[in-house]
Ligand binder design. Structure first.
Ligand code: DSN
Length: 436
């Protein structure tokens, strides 16, 4: 797939920004982008995010707004909602969240009271800041009881997670991660939530594209609330989406009259009201239009192929790395990402290796590994993924080549000559798999 994009108007009005955008276009074309949370969107999505829908204020929801001139954006938002529900098999969808963190904030605001207990995975184990990390609002307004992965295997230990849930009785149990390379047992998480009287929530930001493409089990329809960003494997614009059940199975209606009880039981309404007016103002209608396009792209048969190819590519890449003696957290992958444990080479060298790889045209990110003997600023891991390479059309054959390059750099990360040589080879490979 190859897409031509030009920015003639920006060139005419602001040469400084134009030059930087052009450099970024060149960078994205000429490197192997292996950051697992990034992707390259279609030209249709770029056009929608650059459209004049950005000019419109639209506080409220379709047919319940505070402004006139809503005919087109009401239609667009309604289409986006209906497509999201169909794509994921959800009872209710809110397409307004600006991004993942605000979406998670809205979910907590809808379901919890300040001081309620939440349980998500610890950040340094592969969780997310908004799942209860100490420096984040999620642990300031709520009491966080994080779970960890098993020290031996690097995998989720559902017995331990269940024990913690029974002990702490959280109001919300969160599954979904940013650096976990294995299948997530969403059903088991929901069953634990049922057992302890908690809401179940799945943050599927990383794997939403795999889920709708049939390459990872879905947390729907049973999970109470599901959140995803739209710009990762789902390959839409930068933004987020909340999906939920219509009914709040934990609603406390004691002492309420019929009308109040009906409202209290309405989970969809609680989520919508938490997003707006609870947290956000005017929704970004240009992004909502782009989300609608992304949902439609994700319903096409070729999206299924893409989702399965992401996983096939990651598995071949993981095998190639391990054949070269590279250690992987959990010993492999089931999804789009691989977490490399660099401690056998040296503790705390994630950053140096990420820089060495970037010098060779391979863009990744440093990451903590579970039970990292170093610090988050000097972690011992490297996170890599296959979504962008798959979007560009690369397959198993290319993964073997790339796996060899990454292994060589890791094993000799101070060798600048090697970096230069591989950079040239990377450029040649990228030329064969043009996207923009
Ligand atoms: N920053 C995202 C990631 O890279 O995984 C998570 O929000």
């Amino acid at each position: 797939m190859s897409e031509n994009i030009t920015y003639e108007s920006i060139a005419k009005c602001d040469s400084e920004i134009y030059q930087l955008i052009q450099s970024e276009v060149e960078r994205q074309k000429s490197v192997l982008n292996m950051i697992p949370s990034e992707n390259y969107v279609s030209k249709a999505i770029l056009e929608a995010t650059g459209s004049l829908l950005t000019n419109k204020y639209a506080e409220g929801y379709p047919r319940k707004r505070y402004y006139q001139g809503m005919a087109n954006v009401d239609e667009i938002e309604t289409i986006a909602i209906e497509r999201a529900k169909k794509l994921f098999g959800a009872e209710h969808a809110n397409v307004q969240p600006y991004s993942g963190s605000p979406a998670n904030a809205a979910i907590y605001y809808a379901l919890l009271k300040p001081g309620d207990k939440i349980m998500g995975m610890r950040l340094d184990m592969g969780g997310h800041l908004t799942h209860g990390h100490t420096v984040n609002f999620s642990a300031k307004f709520y009491k966080s009881y994080p779970y960890v992965v098993d020290k031996e295997t690097g995998m989720l230990n559902m017995d331990e997670i269940r024990k913690l849930a029974i002990k702490e009785k959280p109001k919300l149990i969160i599954s979904g991660y940013t650096a976990y390379p294995r299948t997530i047992p969403f059903k088991e998480f929901h069953e634990i939530a049922l057992e302890v009287g908690a809401y179940s929530m799945a943050d599927i930001s990383h794997i939403a594209g795999l889920i709708v493409g049939g390459a990872h089990p879905s947390p729907l329809p049973f999970t109470d609330v599901v959140m995803t960003t739209t710009h990762k494997t789902l390959r839409g614009p930068r933004g987020a989406l909340i999906l939920c059940k219509k009914e709040d199975r934990l609603a406390n209606v004691e002492g309420l009259d019929e009308k109040q009880a009906k409202r209290e039981k309405n989970l969809a309404l609680k989520i919508d009201r938490a997003v707006f007016p609870g947290l956000q103002g005017g929704p970004h209608q240009h992004v909502i239009a782009a989300k609608a396009i992304a949902f439609s792209e994700a319903m096409k048969p070729e999206f299924k192929e893409y989702a399965h190819q992401i996983v096939k590519n990651a598995k071949v890449l993981a095998e190639t790395l391990m054949d070269n003696g590279i250690k992987l957290v959990t010993g492999g992958t089931d999804n789009h990402l691989i977490l490399i444990d660099l401690t056998p080479i040296e503790i705390g060298i994630g950053k140096q290796v990420a820089v060495a790889l970037e010098n060779a045209g391979i863009v990744t990110n440093m990451n903590t590994i579970p039970y990292d003997p170093s610090t988050p600023f000097k972690p011992s891991g490297l996170r890599i993924g296959t979504p962008v390479l798959t979007t560009r059309g690369m397959k198993e054959e290319e993964m073997k080549i790339i796996g060899e390059w990454i292994s060589q750099i890791i094993n000799d990360y101070e060798n600048e000559e090697l970096q230069k040589k591989i950079k040239q080879e990377v450029k040649e490979l990228c030329e064969k798999f043009k996207f923009y």
